[in-house]
Design a protein around this ligand. Structure first.
Ligand SMILES: [Mn+2]
Length: 355
């Protein structure tokens, strides 16, 4: 995609509001959860830096990678040297996210600065979620943590953390705005990917009026909402259908719980990478008769990555935390090294008993 620089399509916080000022003093998208002191420190660090090292959580989703690349593109346009990465052992951008602009900013963890003067992390609630780059963060002089998870542990030297933000992309937009950076179509595409990912395409309860207002600012740059939606949700390799079929063939409904599993053999038969089976939970969880949905996905190393969802009545974050994982009330997960049967028994034991 090429940047869109049409007048009137750039950097207007909302209709009738003044265009973004270079000194960052004009009216800006509302959010008072992050203290002005923190913002002031971040802006001064960024303005002084020649090089900024960006990182997002391992196995990045649209919010993590989109927020990071959006800020990276803007910093580069301001003349900064920018490196961006995530700490997966096998460094590969998930197929769904390869359409995002700014991928040339990415370097594998091995090429990341060992001791960055200024590091900014995106959508990572703990140091561990940075994977291999947790080591670099530990040695960085300053680590700015931009995140919206309520469970954020407060790592880093400066926190730009707002649990009320629909996505880290909301905070990334504010940073860009405060830096005086413009929203061109590439930057907006990255931010929009974050916003639609974390609001479930404007369906989750995080879909506030301000989330829609932000979407309006982004769409005004001329980005293609249809193309972004297709890239994120409406395409898959043929093998996905076959593996989905296998998962649905063995789905079990028991007492308000629906669950199934996908083995690495299922995937191997069609050369389907692990990341492609993430979406199976979205098919399973729609079942009317179930409050809780569980999909066990065997990863390439033979561990079970367990995705869980509830419709709100059951706190899956608490259950998954008890099993060594975490997440949100209605969407959480954990890793299991036990059998499918034992893993399901562990979950059943923690589910509330029916009256
Ligand atoms: Mn997020």
């Amino acid at each position: 995609m090429t940047p869109d620089v049409r007048d009137g399509a750039r950097g207007r916080p909302s209709r009738g509001a003044p265009a973004r000022a270079l000194d960052g003093t004009a009216e800006r998208p509302g959010d008072q959860a992050v203290g002005e002191t923190a913002w002031t420190r971040v802006l001064s660090l960024v303005r002084q830096a020649d090089e900024v090292a960006l990182a997002c959580h391992v196995s990045p989703d649209g919010d993590a990678l989109g927020s990071m690349l959006a800020v990276g593109l803007v910093l580069r346009s301001m003349g900064k040297r920018v490196v961006a990465s995530f700490g997966d052992r096998t460094f590969s951008v998930p197929r769904l996210l390869r359409f995002l602009p700014g991928q040339d900013l990415l370097v594998p963890p091995a090429d990341y600065p060992a001791e960055p003067a200024l590091m900014i992390t995106f959508d990572s609630s703990t140091l561990d979620r940075l994977g291999l780059l947790a080591v670099n963060a530990g040695k960085a002089r300053e680590v700015v943590v931009m995140d919206h998870h309520p469970s954020n542990t407060g790592f880093g030297t400066i926190g730009i953390i707002d649990p009320g933000a629909a996505a880290t992309a909301v905070l990334a937009e504010q940073l860009i705005y405060r830096l005086g950076g413009g929203l061109d179509r590439d930057v907006a595409t990255c931010l929009y990917a974050g916003l639609v990912t974390d609001t479930g395409s404007f369906r989750h309860t995080s879909t506030t009026a301000s989330a829609h207002e932000m979407a309006a600012r982004l769409v005004a740059t001329g980005l293609r909402t249809d193309e972004i939606a297709r890239e994120l949700w409406d395409r898959s390799p043929f093998g996905y259908l076959k593996v989905l079929g296998a998962a649905l063939e063995r789905v079990v409904l028991e007492d308000g719980l629906i669950w199934t599993y996908v083995t690495r053999l299922d995937r191997a038969a069609y050369g389907l990478p692990y990341a492609e089976v993430e979406a199976i939970i979205d098919v399973v969880r729609r079942t009317d008769e179930a409050e809780v949905a569980v999909v066990l996905k065997e990863d390439d190393l033979g561990a079970w990555q367990v995705s869980t969802r509830s419709k709100g009545a059951v706190d899956m974050a608490a259950i998954c935390a008890a099993l060594g994982g975490g997440g949100h009330r209605s969407a959480a997960g954990f890793t299991s090294h036990e059998s499918v049967e034992a893993t399901m028994d562990n979950i059943r034991a923690l589910l509330p008993r029916k009256a």
